[in-house]
Design a protein around this ligand. Structure first.
Ligand code: ADP
Ligand code: MG
Length: 212
């Protein structure tokens, strides 16, 4: 079962990963954006880690909703409201359950990803974060809860954005010139799935293999 501590561990691992990869995320955002994705997310996830440490919410839903609100209030770029919505919507879906199983979390995360698509008006193939989020959540479902499988699928999805032409966000202003560059938001989404797998490893492995 996944409790509040697991979700705090996930977001703390995400903050570390974003911190480590911030320069690269900003570099990816320079040819097809405004070179701020890494600094945006670094500021946002540092604030998330700080508020979670201070308030230590005791249910998964409260952890995710607090983190989402923090991202929305600290990140100026498009990615702040989008990631904030992802976490808030997922958290809301989990209600006040003290712990949730992987299937319930996957279902809630799917709702969160759908909310990102609704807010941004984007679909997979538009060269956005959805190109990693959707394959990640699909793999989590297909594998019956393997966070390792979700991590691989999200990373593959991010890498597969390179040949795509952007149809949403700043990169879409470039038209065909957006082709040939990996999307920064899909890249950071892959980091979030990697952090999830790290957090699951921290509690003795994800459910990989446990369902035969
Ligand atoms: P901004 O574009 O405002 O500078 P960021 O640089 O922080 O914001 O984030 C850019 C990323 O946000 C893009 O790489 C893309 O993945 C994602 N993004 C932008 N617009 C949308 C949208 N409408 N739907 C989904 N994701 C989007
Ligand atoms: Mg940007």
């Amino acid at each position: 079962m996944l409790d509040a501590l697991f979700f705090r561990r996930w977001l703390s691992a995400a903050a570390d990963a974003v911190d480590r990869e911030a320069e690269r995320l900003t570099e990816l955002d320079s040819p097809i954006g405004d070179a701020d994705h890494g600094s945006n997310l670094r500021r946002g996830f540092r604030a998330v880690a700080a508020v979670l440490e201070k308030e230590a919410p005791d249910t998964p839903g409260a952890v995710l909703m607090l983190a989402g609100r923090q991202l929305i209030s600290t990140v100026g770029g498009a990615s702040g409201p989008l990631y904030g919505t992802l976490l808030r919507r997922t958290g809301k879906e989990l209600g006040d359950a003290p712990e949730v199983d992987t299937a319930r979390f996957a279902q809630a995360l799917r709702t969160g990803v759908d909310a990102v698509a609704a807010l941004g008006g984007a679909a997979p193939g538009d060269k956005t974060m959805l190109d990693a989020l959707v394959p990640g959540i699909d793999a989590l479902d297909d594998s019956l809860g393997s966070f390792g499988a979700a991590r691989e699928a999200a990373l593959d999805g991010a890498l597969a954005t390179t040949p795509l032409q952007a149809r949403k966000g700043r990169a879409s202003y470039l038209g065909e010139r957006s082709i040939g560059h990996q999307d920064p938001g899909a890249t950071s989404s892959a980091l979030l799935f990697a952090a999830l797998a790290d957090a699951a490893d921290g509690i003795g492995g994800s459910r990989e293999g446990s369902r035969g």
